[in-house]
Design a protein around this ligand. Structure first.
Ligand SMILES: Cc1cc2nc3c(=O)[nH]c(=O)nc-3n(C[C@H](O)[C@H](O)[C@H](O)COP(=O)(O)OP(=O)(O)OC[C@H]3O[C@@H](n4cnc5c(N)ncnc54)[C@H](O)[C@@H]3O)c2cc1C
Length: 474
């Protein structure tokens, strides 16, 4: 059976979804219903990770809260998989599914800054760079992640680590309230005073409890200029550099957030020709204290190894935030495995270096993010985020520009992560692929996981929202 939705455009029936119901849905939705027969379907089903190739029965491009409620009710009635997409940067590609419904919030992009109250309201489809650009004219910022085309929604719901975290905490630590569409299609507000149990859950518990349609966040004084540090050495000097880094970072003030990165050096003019494309060690940092102190702070690292290539400078915060974007283009093929460690021991560092010497692809990298500071000052049970007391989060990212060579990058990333097994001390839900319940439990730790599970039973007992780092109600 086919139903005419638009003149001359036949609807192909999809298993599990009644085409008549789909036609009715289009009439009830202010946004768009994108079906496999639409010319834009192939573009619309794509997510950031190019290795993900799924074919949903329909993508529902919601434009307001009522659309989201309608979409949830529709998917539940049809009893088909329900994926939620905001920025589309799930490493595992969980924001798109086969034969189900994708509730797409990418059109909900409104941002309202109240610079006097130092708060911002952002709809779920907002990307990190858009938020920075809206708040920086007031020299204010929310601590968010490090690649500007990532979605605010997914990032916030898992915790949100980035360049401001040691001074201002995780993204969830600045969350004031959210608007949620529940599994029943109802709308709730969650904050410290309204539905506080749900508010606790969304500050790290991912998309398990409903679809968040908007976020209210606290703003912090940041920028507009910051000191953006990038020092780069050939990998051969790594053994000395990484040890100097460990000691230097351990005494860093909270205004400084740092990351130790191993990847192939970029093919840019600023990097000497002999180093371009070769495995390298990078120390990247963001200093949000008084700018005249930045150079003195970086001094110990500038004297590590033979003189590093120094790409550091005072930049606008907006520019700092986007500097690593070119390493993570839309559609790259990506596979990641991450772990927390409680210290950068000699063994951890040497394992990372050994593995870095085998990096083939310019898209692959090992990144160790330094935690501590404001992240560690929030109580361990105050939010579900499970990595408060860890020293570093280390990610092995195997990436390529296409299917070519992807399998071997995947094995490379997996082997690196496995080699660190004696030091594994937990995980971060936003960096999980589809790794099963045990890894989700590990990310939260037993106590937080059980509390999340109780919440899941209360807010989503049928596990309608299961395409995520899933907390099973059962
Ligand atoms: C290139 C890149 C860089 C990254 N950098 C960082 C970083 O610096 N710091 C960091 O902490 N993380 C980082 N991440 C991880 C990132 O936080 C997660 O992948 C996050 O889920 C992405 O959010 P999104 O909205 O773009 O993704 P989506 O794919 O749209 O969503 C991911 C998942 O989040 C849930 N979700 C999304 N929107 C909603 C919503 N509105 N309501 C309820 N649930 C929802 C769904 O379960 C969905 O499957 C990075 C990821 C990539 C690919």
């Amino acid at each position: 059976m086919t139903v005419e939705l638009h003149p001359h455009r036949p609807v192909t029936p999809v298993p599990g979804i009644d085409p008549v119901a789909l036609a009715r849905l289009q009439r009830n939705l202010r946004g768009e219903v994108i079906r496999p027969s639409e010319p834009s379907y192939d573009d619309e089903r794509r997510v950031w990770n190019g290795s993900v190739d799924r074919h949903p029965a329909a993508i529902l491009r919601c434009v307001d809260v009522d659309d989201v409620r309608t979409a949830v009710r529709f998917a539940r009635q049809a009893a088909v998989p329900l994926a939620v997409r905001s920025g589309g940067h799930s490493f595992a590609g969980l924001s798109v599914c086969d034969d189900g419904i994708v509730v797409d919030l990418g059109s909900m992009r409104q941002i309202r800054v109240d610079h006097r109250q130092r708060t911002v309201r952002a709809q779920a489809g907002v990307l990190l760079g858009e938020l920075d650009r809206a708040t920086q004219p007031f020299a204010l910022a929310v601590p968010v992640g490090s690649v500007t085309h990532t979605g605010l929604a997914g990032l916030t719901l898992g915790g949100g680590i980035g360049w401001l975290m040691r001074k201002h905490g995780l993204t969830v630590d600045s969350l004031l309230s959210v608007q949620v569409v529940t599994a029943d299609g109802e709308t709730l507000t969650a904050s410290q005073t309204q539905n506080p149990d749900l508010f606790w859950g969304v500050r790290g518990g991912g998309g398990n409890f409903g679809i968040i349609t908007s976020f209210e966040l606290r703003l912090h004084a940041v920028g507009p200029m910051v000191h953006s540090g990038v020092l780069l050495w050939p990998l051969e000097q790594g053994a000395q550099v990484v040890r100097r880094y460990r000691d230097w970072a351990a005494s860093a003030p909270d205004e400084l957030t740092t990351a130790l990165i191993m990847r192939r050096a970029p093919m840019v003019e600023a990097v000497p020709e002999r180093m371009r494309g070769k495995p390298a060690v990078l120390v990247a940092s963001c200093w949000v204290g008084p700018l005249d102190r930045a150079d003195r702070l970086l001094e110990p690292m500038r004297h590590a190894g033979a003189a590093p290539v120094d790409l550091s400078s005072v930049r606008s915060f907006v520019e700092h935030q986007s500097q690593f974007d070119p390493n993570f283009p839309q559609g790259m093929w990506a596979w990641s495995r991450a772990t927390e460690v409680s210290a950068l021991t000699d063994d951890v560092l040497d394992t990372m270096l050994q593995h870095a010497s085998r990096i083939r692809s310019r898209r692959s990298a090992i990144t160790a993010w330094q935690l501590g500071g404001a992240v560690a000052r929030v109580g361990p049970l105050d939010t579900p985020f499970g990595s408060r007391s860890s020293a570093y989060l280390i990610d092995f990212l195997g990436g390529t520009d296409s299917a070519d060579g992807f399998d071997s990058e995947q094995s490379w990333a997996h082997d690196g992560w496995t080699a660190l097994a004696p030091h594994h001390a937990g995980a971060y839900v936003n960096w999980l692929m589809d790794e099963g319940e045990e890894r989700v439990r590990q990310s939260y730790g037993a106590e937080r996981y059980e509390r999340l599970r109780e919440l899941k039973r209360r807010y989503d007992p049928d596990n309608a929202f299961r395409l995520n780092a899933n907390i099973s109600p059962h």
